[in-house]
Write a protein that binds this ligand. Sequence first.
Ligand code: BGC
Length: 915
Amino acid sequence: MFAKNLRCEYLVNPLGVDVIAPRLSWLLDPGDDDPNGLYQLAYQVIVASSPEQFNVAAADLWDSGKIESPETAQIAYGGKPLESRAWCYWKVKVWSNRGGESSFQECELAYWHMGLLSKQDWNTSWIGAPAGEPRTIQVTDTTQPSPVEIIASDPSPLLRRQFKLSGKPKRAMLYVTSLGEYEMRLNGNRVGDHLLAPEWTDFAKRLLYQAYDVTSNVKEGDNVLGAMLADGWYMGLLGPGDKVRQRYYGSNRRLLAKLIVEMTDGSSIEVATDDSWKVFENGPVQAADHFMGESFDARLEQAGWDTPDFDDSGWSQAIVDESVEVNLVAQKNEPVRVFDTLKPIAITEPSPGTYVFDLGQNMVGWCEIRLDGDAGQSITLRHGEMLDLEGNLYVDNLRLANQKDTFILDGSGSRWYHPHFTFHGFRYVETSGLTSAPALQDLVGKAFCSDMKLAGSFECSNTLLNKLWNNILWTQRDNMVSIPTDCPQRNERMGWMGDAQVFAQTAIFNLDMAAFYSKFTVDMRDEQPEEGMYPDFAPHPFPPFSNSFGPAWGDCGVIIPWRVYVAYGDTRLLEEHYDSMKRYIELIYDENPDYIWRTKGSNYGDWLNGDTLKAEGYPSKGGEMPKIAFATAFYALSAGLVAKMAAVLGKDDDARRFADLASNVRAAFNEKFVDQEDGKIEGDTQAGYAISLGFDLLPEDKQGLAMEHLVTVIEQYDGRLSTGFISTIQMMLELSKRGHNEQAYAFAESTRFPSWGYTIENGATTIWERWDGFVAGRGFQDKGMNSFNHYSIGAVGEWFYRIVLGINFDEHEPGMKHVILAPRPGGTLEWAKGSYDSIRGRISSSWMKTDNAITYTFEIPPNVRATIEVPAGPLNMVKINGMMPGDKLGIDLEQNEGNQIVFEANSGKFEIIIS
Ligand code: BGC
């Protein structure tokens, strides 16, 4: 057995770490050891400042010594204090329970590089171009009768600095950030592959900087460092409807950069932003905004501007801005990067000379297009999610976000164009201005998002469910460009927290969310005012503090940290965030000492519930759980979670206090909203029963009744769902766990309106915001709020993992020390298979039905224990790894009340045949 997949602060070989004691993790590879029942007894970490001759003697930064511990994650660096720009190379040796120990040679070499830890390390000026007078323009907002006025985005300035290296460079690191977005260039090449950096934070509180290793790009002699700047989240349009903001954080684009080149002779050279830089104000990017799109005029390109031979005598001197004050923090989450390139599947010409490319997938990013034409010819791309019934691009639901890129050609022949500082949510791209019909191969879609690693997989015998799983994954990626957004296309794209929390568990199963959610937890905390409420979205550029304190939305500030703790065992995040959560729950209590949450802030309730049958004239009594009951359910949930997190942190008084609070809120909920006789919950809605059961609000004697009522309300809805954003996943899980698994499968596999399957039958490639976003015969929903790329009801992804595959976290053993494997086959499915790459390695689960039997297969990585729980068969026969239960098997089988066969397992492969 040996250690592999070494990570520092959740990332592979991160550059620019500003955590003083970074946490390390690894996975265990059984190597030649028998993987069954294998675990780590001890480990040793060594860290050295140089990669050469890597062994214990060379470990000048840290030698942990042999630590008797099964831990493989959250191991805090405990060596010499780390200085700015320190390089830390590391390896791990592990001892297994088989008596063996790995060698350091077997372990891949990993590293991290420390960032600039103090203000003095930067010691650099902010530079930019002189500000022009703001100009206004009129743009279309599809929800307004006439054009609206916005401030025009100014051309992106180009900044350059030439410098000479009079010797051979050994290593070069670039540290950079900006107010607005940057693209850095070095000797004619783009630096790194990060897009839209620096990412969205509350810039008044923190600004992320990035570090790049540019060693291969510097050379002896003349070099040029260049930058292009644009508005980005800092200055561009932000937010929804009447709240739209522009230049919220500031009005000047500025650059801060420091290049440090270490020379082979031991000396080092710094090239930093200062007044020696030159600036050209009228760069080819003439306007760029996330909502509006980009205008690129190739005639204004300055050929070779980022290389040494360029004559910049006509450029002016960059201005130094002494007024900038920001809190610089290293970026600790995956950057935004291209993860897929999509080829169009069709081109149509709905009106003469207008062509529409279909990329086959609702995606987020931009297009690259091959264009050829006369100098000055202008080609426009408009991006939309849907086509109207006549086959034209449908843009009504984009509101103010025009999503339009314009390329003005320079007449130099055929070449590829793409924007630089914008992103669009789209499946269809409409071109205008082309003089001849384009071919499929003239355009590609570059899909990008925060580049988290895929963690989950799922496949089953029903292709509809496979498509649904895939749509959920796309929707996740599409909505994770720096922050978890509600939607990526219309002018909104906010970090709406109700959406984020309800989807968080699905998100964690699909992608490795540890670093991304760590950032988002800080984003949420940054927006928490002194009083203690959380906003409903973060970052929150809408003071005074509107949109705040909404049940299920604000509670995200408690729920996501809890999910991160359970999935990754991250207690440091809890420590850092605990006071914030405590203030939040105390404020709810202060304002609602009778334990019923009558919100003073917003209350969206179970947003966009599926009470869509009304429109069909169906006798509907409303799908919505009464809002005060909804709020009180979240009061109980959050108080209970804060109590658990207090206990984890050893804050026993708080743990008791908040546990009591949670139980008082539960009691008040029962008293006020639950009929003591028949157990009906106020409103008598699917959502009300689902949430009350899911949040464990009911005493035992009322749980069965609630389940019966839930089933009745489903019947009253003609077997269809009427749940909303928040309650749908709770209903799916509770049905499966409490004896109505078939009903849950029926919902999942249905194609009747409203259902996920209905959206798929209507062409969905991502999850829709509304169950009735488009209904045959009715057409599109209200254009003011109708996204086709909204992950909230995609939270059903959690059900795929927890119920179909049966992969469940154990909150008492966080970070997957223990997994509960409890698949529940059902519906029309003949088989299902999938996996989850936990922080302790891959957990796989599959099952297949054969005549009178079901075969389950599980794979559990070293160092992980499992409780396996599968439904007993009609013949009461069990075979595990080819053996019948009995003396040889060495496994204690139990059959519990729920007619499940249960046993404890260690790592290894298990094949269980139940008949
Ligand atoms: C967003 C939602 C969000 C909601 C709050 C909408 O405009 O798109 O997803 O959670 O507002 O009610």
